[in-house]
Design a protein around this ligand. Structure first.
Ligand code: EPU
Length: 420
């Protein structure tokens, strides 16, 4: 791509990656056809569909229409394909539903982005409290229980998104009441609660840090629309501010980006609510801001690389602190190659202003780092090449096409087209 253009125009945000993958896993709880709408056209959805097919489910996808119909048989297989599971972290979300329905689940330790150690102890301890016996056997997580899971009170050590989701889905079919305290409060979890409730689950406290679930004996399949992707919306908002552009983000939910938009306004953005979305415009060089990531409603870790890229082109010094993952700063090396002045120390990074970024060849190491490097490339003098862009395909549908429509000078080399 060649740097120097402002992003101007309109972009539509699809359903959230980090919701739809869990909604797909939740379909395992109800025999029959679950239909999900606003499904993003991203690689991870294809992989998750294959995971479900491997368990005996049907999965028919209308990619252009953003719909997937998942057909769950009366008896699902309890063993997930290890190679597929290792490709996406979200595949661990089948653990709770499988053990709840089958009394057994065998799921290889999942993969995903190289952003930290990403333990599963909170998932395992929670399922144990619900009466399952959970072990790791030769790299495979095995959970078993004889009869139904039993409701229990569970206090999470950390409001883990994935653990909250697994325990919510397991608790939905457990006998009696499950209480999850210190639960994650991300909008994607409220979306999962909405799906489960429509399926017949009894859940109190959706969107809060205490979830109370009265287990039921069975759930039914439904039609559900995925919540819009707040991280994709936030990425466009940061891109608009960085390039001094003007972007209307349709389906963007400003209420899911409270602290993010407040920070961007502090950096000089003008944010205006419009019908079914919001608009972000800016003029001139952004002012620097300090950012601390935290579980929702704190500043999302999934916008950390994008905000570091923003700081690299801002005036003033900025201090960014990452509190969720332990290796999210590996991408700073690539940003440095574009001329950014960064210094990392533990879970902090100090970003100092530079007169300009300059084009270089850089490597996307995960989905958000990839998006951030593309945004930085839009601001770099000369040509920037971002390699390994299959990472971006994991979370951003039609990223290059959207950027082109917003006026960016960017093209995708045929060799980098990922097979989705
Ligand atoms: N953790 C543990 N033990 C556990 C679970 C988590 O120590 O049993 C730690 C992790 O190592 C990590 C922290 O807790 O340091 C947060 O992990 P969490 O479980 O909340 O995250 P996740 O479920 O693995 C999801 C998203 C991530 C997003 C985080 C935080 C999906 C598929 N992934 O991961 O999304 O960053 O929540 O919001 O939903 C992305 O989309 O780029 C992405 C990485």
């Amino acid at each position: 791509m060649t740097g120097g253009t402002r992003l101007v125009g309109e972009v539509a945000v699809p359903g959230a990656k980090n919701s739809v993958l869990k909604l797909m896993a939740a379909s395992l709880l109800a025999p029959g056809r679950t239909t999900l709408d606003a499904v993003p056209d991203i690689l991870d959805v294809s992989v998750m569909a294959d995971v479900l097919r491997g368990l005996g489910a049907g999965a028919e996808r209308d990619r252009a229409g953003g719909r997937i119909v998942i057909d769950i048989p009366e008896v699902v297989d309890a063993t997930a394909d290890a190679e597929l599971v290792r490709r996406i972290r979200a595949s661990v979300a089948i653990l709770g539903p499988l053990v709840a329905r089958r009394g057994e689940a065998r799921v290889a330790l999942p993969g995903g982005d190289a952003i930290g150690s990403r333990a599963l102890d909170i998932h395992m301890n929670g399922l144990t409290k619900l009466g399952a016996v959970v072990d790791v056997e030769a790299g495979v997580l095995v959970a078993r229980c004889s009869g139904r899971l039993q409701g229990a009170s569970i206090w999470l050590d950390f409001p883990s998104v994935g653990a909250t989701e697994n325990l919510l889905m397991a608790g939905a079919l457990a006998k009696g009441t499950t209480v999850i305290d210190n639960a994650a409060q991300e909008p994607e979890i409220a979306d999962l609660c909405a799906l489960l409730t429509a399926m017949g689950a009894r859940i109190d406290g959706a969107g809060t840090s205490t979830l109370v679930i009265e287990g039921v004996e069975g759930l039914r399949p439904v039609l559900h629309r995925t919540v819009p992707d707040r991280i994709v919306a936030g990425t466009w908002a940061i891109g608009a501010l960085m390039t001094g552009g003007d972007v209307t983000i349709r389906h963007g939910r400003a209420e899911h980006l409270g602290i993010v938009l407040e920070k961007l306004v502090g950096a000089g953005a003008v944010v205006e609510l419009v019908e079914d979305g919001f608009r972000v415009s800016a003029d001139g060089r952004p002012r620097s801001i300090d950012v601390v990531t935290l579980p929702y409603p704190g500043f999302p870790t999934d916008l950390l690389p994008q905000v570091i890229a923003l700081e690299a082109v801002s005036e003033g010094i900025s201090l960014i602190t990452e509190n969720v993952f332990d290796s999210r700063f590996v991408f700073c090396r690539e940003l440095h190659a574009l001329g950014a002045d960064l210094r990392t120390d533990g879970h902090h990074v100090v970003v100092r202003p530079t007169p300009r970024l300059t084009g270089a060849s850089v490597l996307a190491s995960d989905v958000r780092a990839g998006a951030a490097l593309v945004l930085a490339g839009l601001m770099a003098e000369g040509t920037t090449v971002v390699r390994d862009v299959h990472h971006i395909d994991r979370g951003y549908a039609h990223f290059v096409e959207n950027l082109t429509a917003l006026g960016a000078e960017i093209r995708r080399e045929p060799s980098s087209v990922a097979a989705a």
